[in-house]
Design a protein around this ligand. Structure first.
Ligand SMILES: [Zn+2]
Length: 403
């Protein structure tokens, strides 16, 4: 373990200061001193070191100070280095490269199917990463690190994917080691929802903590608890996994093997299965649909629900009540101040959030729920690519401060 001395204290303060500038910059030294509780000379000293290292840069003056000399603002130097991210889902591999400000300069998406198999998908991941370096003309030495955003369960510390439910032949895959050896860039791994929550923390103006982030997707529901900039992981990295919270003991079998998990009831695939079953049972000759029952999509379900056709409106309403029940359970245990909801389902149905919020406030313990806010993700789909890059920044930034 690294001995804590004045040197490592200064490195720690450098990293904290960099993260504060990243979240709140451009910012003056005076505000940094207030934010971090450090003395002005200490801030001046650290900022000077970071400017000398090209990690920070001065970017003009603040307009707020009307009397005396206007304070100089400092910001992250976007050209200090680059960072890579890779987002693995059941549908695609997305590779992104960003500058030190985590602003994307390159992005490429390769569609996949889990049935491709583990080896083929890993080969594609490696070739996409190498193509990204070739096409941007960047050398691996210019890349601070690579962050992988992937479905759980996984061991973030060891960089291992542990049999994600929708990837049939992936069992204890040492994905960090494999990519790091193939591409030659330090690599770190986390769950997709954790990376999205990390991006929300850095790139949204969220100040209330703890936050519970929920992602609602076609084939999965995930969650993450954040307290300030820290992801609460719990035992075996399982904290926050709201998708596998049991909300109906008589519910359908989930991909995890259990019954009645939220994901098995309220994910997009669950809504499609419910719609298909009900359409077969209660086919109504008065309605003519523009789809085959076996081909029904989530977009179609939301469209007919918005038109208030009862069968579809009831399915969406049921999903909203179940998601709200799970949120109510989280409130009882953790009492977060804010829920941030992201994922493709909200994009398809903007009204879903209001329905969920309505049921949370109508059905949860009134005292505990009265001031709780439920808001949509500010970043939308970008939260995953930004989060993958931010994961690498968050993890490897210390190496820059040690130089
Ligand atoms: Zn489950």
């Amino acid at each position: 373990m690294k001995k804590i001395n004045n040197h490592t204290m200064k490195e720690n303060n450098m990293c904290i200061l960099l993260n504060t500038v990243r979240k709140k910059g451009p910012i003056s030294r005076v505000y940094l001193a207030r934010e971090l509780g450090l003395t002005s000379p200490a801030i001046t000293n650290i900022v000077s070191d970071l400017i000398s290292s090209n990690l920070l840069m001065e970017v003009g003056t603040s307009d707020f100070n009307s009397v005396g000399r206007k304070p100089i603002l400092v910001a992250i130097n976007p050209k200090a280095c680059y960072v890579m991210g890779i987002v693995l889902t059941t549908e695609s591999i997305t590779v992104v490269i960003g500058n030190f400000n985590v602003t994307p300069i390159y992005q490429h998406v390769t569609p996949i199917k889990p049935l491709f198999g583990r080896d083929q998908i890993i080969t594609l991941m490696i070739s996409d990463l190498q193509n990204a370096l070739n096409e941007t003309g960047l050398d691996k030495s210019q890349i601070l690190g690579l962050g992988i955003s992937a479905p759980g369960p996984l061991d973030a510390k060891k960089g291992i994917l542990i049999s994600p439910p929708n990837f049939p032949d992936w069992d204890h895959v040492k994905i960090c080691q494999i990519l790091q050896e193939a591409v030659g860039i330090p690599t770190v791994l986390d769950k997709e929802t954790n990376t999205a929550a990390l991006a929300e923390y850095y790139f949204s103006n969220l100040e209330e903590y703890p936050i519970f982030y929920i992602s609602l997707f076609q084939n999965s529901i995930g969650g993450c608890i954040m307290d300030s900039n820290r992801i609460i992981r719990g035992f075996q990295d399982g904290a926050g996994d709201i998708g596998h919270m049991q909300v109906d003991i008589n519910g359908p079998r989930c991909v995890c093997g259990q019954f009645g998990c939220l994901e098995s009831i309220a994910s997009g695939d669950a809504l499609i299965a419910k719609a298909q079953a009900e359409l077969k049972l209660f086919s109504d000759d008065r309605l003519s649909y523009d789809f085959n029952i076996s081909d029904i999509t989530l977009e179609t379900i939301f469209r007919y629900a918005d038109q208030e056709i009862p069968l579809f409106a009831n399915i969406v309403d049921y999903a909203a009540r179940m998601i709200a029940a799970a949120i109510g359970n989280v409130i009882s245990i953790l009492s977060p101040s804010l829920f941030v909801l992201g994922g493709t389902m909200l994009k398809m149905s903007p009204g879903l959030l209001d329905k969920i919020s309505h049921y949370v406030h109508a059905r949860s313990y009134p005292y505990c729920v009265k001031d709780i806010k439920i808001v949509p993700s500010h970043l939308g789909e970008d939260s995953f690519i930004l989060g993958a890059m931010m994961l690498a920044v968050d993890h490897f930034q210390t190496t820059l401060c040690e130089k």
